[in-house]
Ligand binder design. Sequence first.
Ligand SMILES: CC(C)(COP(=O)(O)OP(=O)(O)OC[C@H]1O[C@@H](n2cnc3c(N)ncnc32)[C@H](O)[C@@H]1OP(=O)(O)O)[C@@H](O)C(=O)NCCC(=O)NCCS
Length: 143
Amino acid sequence: MITVKEITAADTYKIRLEVLRKNIDLPYKFDGDFDKETFHLGGYYEEELVGIATFMKNDIESLKGSQYQLRGMATTTKARGKGLGKHIINKAVAILKEKQIDFLWCNARKEAVLFYEKLSFAKIGAEFIVEKVGPHYKMYTKI
Ligand SMILES: CC(C)(COP(=O)(O)OP(=O)(O)OC[C@H]1O[C@@H](n2cnc3c(N)ncnc32)[C@H](O)[C@@H]1OP(=O)(O)O)[C@@H](O)C(=O)NCCC(=O)NCCS
Protein backbone atom coordinates (compact mmCIF):
# COMPACT_ATOMS: atom_id res chain seq x y z
CA MET A 1 0.00 0.00 0.00
CA ILE A 2 1.19 3.53 -0.82
CA THR A 3 1.01 6.35 1.72
CA VAL A 4 2.32 9.90 1.45
CA LYS A 5 3.16 12.09 4.43
CA GLU A 6 5.22 15.08 5.44
CA ILE A 7 8.85 14.29 6.27
CA THR A 8 11.88 16.36 7.30
CA ALA A 9 14.65 17.67 5.06
CA ALA A 10 17.05 15.17 6.64
CA ASP A 11 14.70 12.30 5.71
CA THR A 12 15.16 13.16 2.01
CA TYR A 13 18.97 13.07 1.97
CA LYS A 14 19.50 9.33 1.51
CA ILE A 15 17.29 9.07 -1.60
CA ARG A 16 18.52 12.42 -2.98
CA LEU A 17 22.08 11.07 -2.79
CA GLU A 18 21.24 7.62 -4.13
CA VAL A 19 19.00 8.72 -7.03
CA LEU A 20 19.70 12.36 -7.89
CA ARG A 21 23.38 12.71 -7.00
CA LYS A 22 24.72 9.33 -8.14
CA ASN A 23 28.03 10.21 -9.87
CA ILE A 24 26.97 13.86 -9.82
CA ASP A 25 29.12 16.19 -7.76
CA LEU A 26 26.46 18.70 -6.70
CA PRO A 27 25.03 19.42 -3.22
CA TYR A 28 22.29 17.15 -1.93
CA LYS A 29 21.30 19.73 0.68
CA PHE A 30 19.34 22.56 -0.93
CA ASP A 31 19.21 26.25 -0.04
CA GLY A 32 15.72 26.70 1.32
CA ASP A 33 15.38 23.19 2.76
CA PHE A 34 14.68 24.68 6.19
CA ASP A 35 12.72 27.77 5.14
CA LYS A 36 9.48 28.27 7.03
CA GLU A 37 7.31 27.76 3.94
CA THR A 38 9.19 24.73 2.59
CA PHE A 39 7.67 21.28 3.00
CA HIS A 40 8.93 17.81 2.13
CA LEU A 41 6.79 14.79 1.23
CA GLY A 42 7.71 11.14 1.54
CA GLY A 43 6.07 8.29 -0.35
CA TYR A 44 5.98 4.99 1.52
CA TYR A 45 5.47 1.57 -0.07
CA GLU A 46 4.77 -1.17 2.46
CA GLU A 47 5.95 1.30 5.15
CA GLU A 48 9.37 1.87 3.56
CA LEU A 49 10.33 5.40 2.45
CA VAL A 50 10.92 5.03 -1.30
CA GLY A 51 9.91 8.40 -2.76
CA ILE A 52 10.66 12.02 -1.92
CA ALA A 53 9.98 15.56 -3.08
CA THR A 54 10.54 19.05 -1.72
CA PHE A 55 8.33 22.09 -2.25
CA MET A 56 9.73 25.62 -1.83
CA LYS A 57 8.20 29.06 -2.15
CA ASN A 58 10.00 30.43 -5.19
CA ASP A 59 8.82 32.51 -8.14
CA ILE A 60 9.75 32.71 -11.81
CA GLU A 61 8.84 35.67 -13.98
CA SER A 62 7.10 33.66 -16.69
CA LEU A 63 4.27 32.73 -14.30
CA LYS A 64 1.94 35.36 -12.88
CA GLY A 65 0.59 34.47 -9.46
CA SER A 66 1.69 32.73 -6.27
CA GLN A 67 4.11 29.88 -6.88
CA TYR A 68 5.98 26.95 -5.39
CA GLN A 69 8.96 25.15 -6.91
CA LEU A 70 9.18 21.37 -6.83
CA ARG A 71 12.73 20.14 -6.17
CA GLY A 72 14.39 16.79 -5.51
CA MET A 73 11.63 14.56 -6.94
CA ALA A 74 12.83 10.95 -6.86
CA THR A 75 11.72 7.39 -6.28
CA THR A 76 14.09 4.51 -5.68
CA THR A 77 14.75 2.25 -8.67
CA LYS A 78 12.82 -0.73 -7.28
CA ALA A 79 9.78 1.42 -6.42
CA ARG A 80 9.27 2.99 -9.85
CA GLY A 81 6.11 2.65 -11.90
CA LYS A 82 3.94 1.90 -8.86
CA GLY A 83 2.35 5.35 -8.69
CA LEU A 84 4.57 6.74 -5.91
CA GLY A 85 5.56 9.84 -7.88
CA LYS A 86 1.95 10.49 -8.89
CA HIS A 87 0.70 10.15 -5.29
CA ILE A 88 3.38 12.56 -4.02
CA ILE A 89 2.48 15.22 -6.61
CA ASN A 90 -1.26 14.78 -5.99
CA LYS A 91 -0.75 15.25 -2.25
CA ALA A 92 1.38 18.35 -2.87
CA VAL A 93 -1.28 19.83 -5.14
CA ALA A 94 -3.90 19.30 -2.39
CA ILE A 95 -1.64 21.05 0.16
CA LEU A 96 -0.91 23.91 -2.26
CA LYS A 97 -4.64 24.32 -2.96
CA GLU A 98 -5.21 24.81 0.76
CA LYS A 99 -2.45 27.44 0.73
CA GLN A 100 -4.18 29.14 -2.25
CA ILE A 101 -1.09 28.81 -4.44
CA ASP A 102 -1.63 29.34 -8.18
CA PHE A 103 1.24 27.38 -9.76
CA LEU A 104 3.69 24.57 -9.09
CA TRP A 105 6.77 24.55 -11.34
CA CYS A 106 10.03 22.64 -11.64
CA ASN A 107 13.20 22.24 -13.65
CA ALA A 108 12.44 18.84 -15.16
CA ARG A 109 15.14 16.49 -16.36
CA LYS A 110 14.44 15.70 -20.01
CA GLU A 111 13.98 11.99 -19.23
CA ALA A 112 11.25 12.87 -16.70
CA VAL A 113 9.23 15.18 -18.99
CA LEU A 114 6.66 12.49 -19.86
CA PHE A 115 6.13 11.74 -16.17
CA TYR A 116 5.29 15.40 -15.55
CA GLU A 117 3.14 15.67 -18.68
CA LYS A 118 1.05 12.75 -17.41
CA LEU A 119 0.50 14.80 -14.26
CA SER A 120 -0.75 17.83 -16.27
CA PHE A 121 2.50 19.79 -16.27
CA ALA A 122 3.36 21.72 -19.46
CA LYS A 123 6.72 22.94 -20.73
CA ILE A 124 7.73 26.60 -20.53
CA GLY A 125 10.30 27.70 -23.08
CA ALA A 126 13.23 25.90 -24.63
CA GLU A 127 15.43 23.06 -23.42
CA PHE A 128 18.39 24.17 -21.27
CA ILE A 129 21.41 22.42 -19.81
CA VAL A 130 22.11 22.09 -16.10
CA GLU A 131 25.83 21.58 -15.71
CA LYS A 132 26.79 18.06 -14.48
CA VAL A 133 23.17 16.85 -14.88
CA GLY A 134 22.07 17.40 -18.49
CA PRO A 135 19.10 18.70 -20.52
CA HIS A 136 16.09 20.14 -18.69
CA TYR A 137 12.80 21.94 -19.36
CA LYS A 138 10.98 24.34 -17.08
CA MET A 139 7.52 22.86 -16.50
CA TYR A 140 4.48 24.03 -14.57
CA THR A 141 1.00 23.06 -13.57
CA LYS A 142 -1.92 25.24 -12.51
CA ILE A 143 -3.10 24.37 -9.01
C1 LIG B 1 10.55 10.43 -12.53
C2 LIG B 1 10.21 9.57 -11.31
C3 LIG B 1 10.17 10.47 -10.08
C4 LIG B 1 8.83 8.94 -11.54
O1 LIG B 1 8.44 8.27 -10.36
P1 LIG B 1 7.50 6.97 -10.36
O2 LIG B 1 7.15 6.70 -8.95
O3 LIG B 1 8.14 5.88 -11.13
O4 LIG B 1 6.25 7.50 -11.17
P2 LIG B 1 4.75 6.90 -11.17
O5 LIG B 1 4.81 5.42 -10.98
O6 LIG B 1 3.90 7.68 -10.23
O7 LIG B 1 4.32 7.23 -12.66
C5 LIG B 1 3.19 8.03 -13.00
C6 LIG B 1 2.99 7.90 -14.50
O8 LIG B 1 4.12 8.45 -15.19
C7 LIG B 1 4.75 7.44 -16.01
N1 LIG B 1 6.20 7.64 -15.89
C8 LIG B 1 6.94 7.62 -14.76
N2 LIG B 1 8.23 7.89 -15.04
C9 LIG B 1 8.28 8.09 -16.38
C10 LIG B 1 9.34 8.42 -17.26
N3 LIG B 1 10.58 8.63 -16.83
N4 LIG B 1 9.03 8.54 -18.59
C11 LIG B 1 7.77 8.35 -19.03
N5 LIG B 1 6.72 8.04 -18.23
C12 LIG B 1 6.98 7.93 -16.93
C13 LIG B 1 4.31 6.12 -15.41
O9 LIG B 1 4.35 5.11 -16.38
C14 LIG B 1 2.89 6.45 -14.97
O10 LIG B 1 2.03 6.44 -16.09
P3 LIG B 1 0.51 5.89 -15.98
O11 LIG B 1 -0.16 6.80 -14.98
O12 LIG B 1 0.00 6.02 -17.37
O13 LIG B 1 0.62 4.50 -15.47
C15 LIG B 1 11.24 8.43 -11.11
O14 LIG B 1 11.32 7.67 -12.30
C16 LIG B 1 12.65 8.88 -10.75
O15 LIG B 1 12.95 9.08 -9.58
N6 LIG B 1 13.53 9.02 -11.77
C17 LIG B 1 14.93 9.37 -11.54
C18 LIG B 1 15.10 10.76 -10.97
C19 LIG B 1 14.41 11.82 -11.79
O16 LIG B 1 14.55 11.89 -13.00
N7 LIG B 1 13.65 12.68 -11.07
C20 LIG B 1 12.99 13.81 -11.70
C21 LIG B 1 13.95 14.93 -11.67
S1 LIG B 1 13.27 16.37 -12.47
